[in-house]
Design a protein around this ligand. Structure first.
Ligand code: NAP
Ligand code: GFB
Length: 326
């Protein structure tokens, strides 16, 4: 099965919502630079300027215009721990609007495929580890991001409901761990831990100030490099036939502590200054260890980019300013 990772045989008109973000840009790269766009195929990568997907009319209009056969649904209000803690209501409402509009618009244009994007942070806070795909709805998520988590969980409910229709849609979802890579959101206030630490190390190196890591550094995370996620997304698009979601992640043994992640950023940014931990800042979820056993059943030989190499390219995109200005 893994031989089909980048091989989509049937001609497709693929609409990628959220096509200009971290994950969307990775899919653009893999489609254009690795897989290539095949004869009779079309790939459309949407940004919020093409349509505000929180608006049902604009969403329907952009879907009617492009008449996609396949949809990769990435568009969402996204952020790290601290943005989630500040805006649970916004994460809930905005993502519910976007998801309801996109799934219904896809259904109305008869799209044969929609692959949406959940996250390993939506699993129950009280759980046994590792989390697997059957456990999503087994209890309330962590309080820091319950708005985002519940909105994401509803995508699984949408997929089941559209499958329940007389026309039995095969809409599904992937569940990545924390994603990092080029074109990440390096905003220190709103972004995720790796781009935040890369940006802070960049400033600390320039100003000769300490690098301040937030929290205790003890929480644990699994990371997936955006280009690996993109390659797996393309496999899911045409080869994964279940409505049930699938976790896309390295093995649980690849989990690292925030402290180890910070040390890796220090190394790749060649930061020589002092590193301090601000324990007045929240730690968020201690861990959200996910199992990739189901992925390994389908793709036993898929090779993930080593964390160090992926980190390098993420950091270098920061150094060369190849990402959004901040
Ligand atoms: P991102 O870099 O913040 O990009 C978000 C994308 O969604 C952008 O293209 C943005 O368009 C678009 N968007 C946001 N609001 C919109 C709206 N109202 N109407 C239309 N488009 C809108 O996010 P990302 O990290 O690539 O995340 C992509 C998907 O992966 C999301 O569903 C996210 O929940 C999921 N995910 C991310 C992570 C992670 O660590 N980053 C982990 C697990 C899952 P503009 O560029 O025009 O703003
Ligand atoms: O990526 P992150 O912000 O979100 O990681 P989560 C937060 C962890 O990194 C906490 C520590 O333990 C923070 O204390 N940390 C240390 C930092 N320094 C920094 C820093 O400079 N910036 C940030 N952001 N954190 C999110 C969910 O959880 O995971 C979202 O809230 C989403 O909904 C995302 O699903 C993938 O991994 O904690």
């Amino acid at each position: 099965m893994e031989d089909n990772i980048l091989d989509q045989s049937a001609p497709m008109r693929v609409l990628v919502t959220g096509g200009t973000g971290l994950v969307g840009r990775a899919i653009q790269h893999v489609v254009r630079e690795e897989r290539g766009i095949r004869e009779g195929e079309e790939w459309i990568f949407l940004s919020s300027t093409d349509a505000n997907l929180m608006d049902a009319g604009e969403t329907r209009e952009v879907f009617q215009k492009h008449q996609p056969t396949h949809v990769i649904h990435l568009a969402a209000m996204v952020g790290g721990l601290f943005k989630n803690m500040r805006a649970n209501l916004g994460f809930w409402r905005n993502n519910i609007y976007i998801n309801d509009n996109v799934l219904q618009a896809a259904h109305e244009v008869d799209a044969v495929r929609v692959v949406s994007c959940l996250s390993t942070c939506i699993f129950p806070d009280k759980t046994t580890y590792p989390n697997d795909e059957t456990m999503i709805h087994n209890g309330p998520p962590h309080k820091s991001n319950f708005g985002y988590s519940y909105a994401k969980r509803m995508l699984d409910v949408y997929n089941r409901a559209y499958h329940d229709q007389e026309r039995g849609r095969f809409y599904t979802a992937v569940i990545p761990t924390n994603v990092f890579g080029p074109h990440d959101n390096f905003n220190i206030k709103d972004g995720h831990v790796l781009p935040g630490l890369i940006h802070k190390a960049y400033i600390a190196r320039k100003e000769g100030s300490p690098l301040v890591v937030w929290g205790s550094g003890t929480p644990r995370r699994q990371f997936i490099y955006s280009l690996d996620l993109a390659r797996l997304f393309l496999w899911v698009l045409t080869e994964y036939k279940e409505v049930e979601p699938i976790i896309l992640s390295e093995g649980k043994e690849e989990e690292v502590s925030i402290k180890e992640a910070a040390e890796a950023v220090v190394e790749v940014m060649r930061f020589k200054g002092q590193v301090t931990y601000d324990t007045t800042k929240a730690d968020g979820q201690f861990k959200k260890t996910a199992s990739n056993a189901k992925l390994r059943q389908y793709c036993p030989n898929f090779t993930f980019t080593p964390f160090k190499q992926g980190r390098l390219s993420s950091a270098s995109s920061k150094n060369t300013g190849a990402t959004a200005p901040f």
